[in-house]
Design a binder for this molecule. Sequence first.
Ligand code: CS2
Length: 469
Amino acid sequence: MPALNTATLATFASHPSSVSLPRYRRDAVHVGVVHLGLGAFHRAHQAMVFDRLLQDGNPRWGVLGVAMRSTELADALKLQDGLYAVQVASAEGLHWQVVGSLCDTCVAAREPGKVVAALAAPATRWVTLTVTEKGYGPALAELLVQGLAARRAAGLDGLTVASCDNLSDNGSKLQRLCLDVAAQQDTALAGWIASRCAFPNSMVDRIVPAATARQRTDAALAFGLDDAGALATEAFWEWVMEDRFADPSDAAVMRAVGVNVVEDVKPFEEAKLRMLNGSHTAMALLGAVQGWPTVADGVARPDVRQFVHGLMTQMVMPHLQRPDLPAYRDALLARFANPALQHKVHQIATDSSLKIPLRWLPTLNDNLQAGQGAEPLAFAAAIWMRYLLAEDEQDRGYAISDPQAEALQTLARAHRGDAQGTVQALLGVASIWGEALLHEERWTRRVTHWLARIQAVGAGAALVEVNAL
Ligand code: CS2
């Protein structure tokens, strides 16, 4: 079967209405955005927003897609001239969109010079990033600062550097990292970055499962072309950005294609991280322990659905500012239930040691400070501890993908069967839980209770008990 690329797409003239193609001249598009982190999320979110800008006749929003380390996808997409298809699954049915905004790809670890040159190119205006929680370290900042230094040396304007990762204050965090690295080299460079580049905080949302062979097969059936980059996602997407751009006129440009540009991202960011991502992490760990494969399989179980509903309603929503919270919660439950997404629990459980502090801790601290109970999260914390045994309740083993996997698994196994010992050891990991929680007796007692119940009667029966409270 021929591969998807510019030439084969041109022959795909008589396509059904359930497929949309780039309507603009791709050879007139130039790179205005350097994107770091060429995963599925970027390609089904920001790249599709830039594609809309291109559809609207604005050719300067083409993307250079930079994979940080892995070469496979970047090279496959290059052979496809950057083209790939996204299957959008809504309540009305399936729709395919071929995205044309990706002009070129490269790999940062293999071709750092190409990334720096792109950051320093006159036409480049934005950098976007989806490098995941663990990507925010000195190596990332050094790469960015090198590019920004080259820009400054060439007398060019600063850039808008838009983090699109699920971190709180993502833009401010990235700015601090970059300024720290720059200040070590040259205080004038740090000053230039602070005054000429903008690091807007943002909240990004779209459920985009990692691609599997299934999307490639579906794309082959729909197009008669082989697409190594095919993806599936939901119809819903949201991008809320702080009104802080190197070029202030970009605010109106982004608004025109549906981006919500606001003064303060915080209420949106908190609601999304704590409601959506917080529920995701709880379901992912529970699913891994109980042995159900996807989020949709989980919310199809009345007990799991009731638990997630209760977690959001009792613990999370009372401490949020976003208006429309009950509707937001119900919409989330409907999104989780989308059977077309096949969002694997083990994918979401990846890097939980970095996700828990962002997704659960603010909610937990708010509740404990207000003197309120914390049963759903005490149960979720106990499930995380059970998850760390790396085998489900049917004794099937699984791999834990987490920077701290080995240490955490060793602790969990050393105290296997001993709820109190496990809780003391695992809540004592301060990089996840902070220093104070281990001494919150109300909290440790309830986590111990739920772990003991999970050990005694299993996660399913313990879930019924927590739901009954
Ligand atoms: C998920 C997110 O994998 C995960 O940790 O919680 O990728 C989630 O699907 C997105 O943030 C939705 O916008």
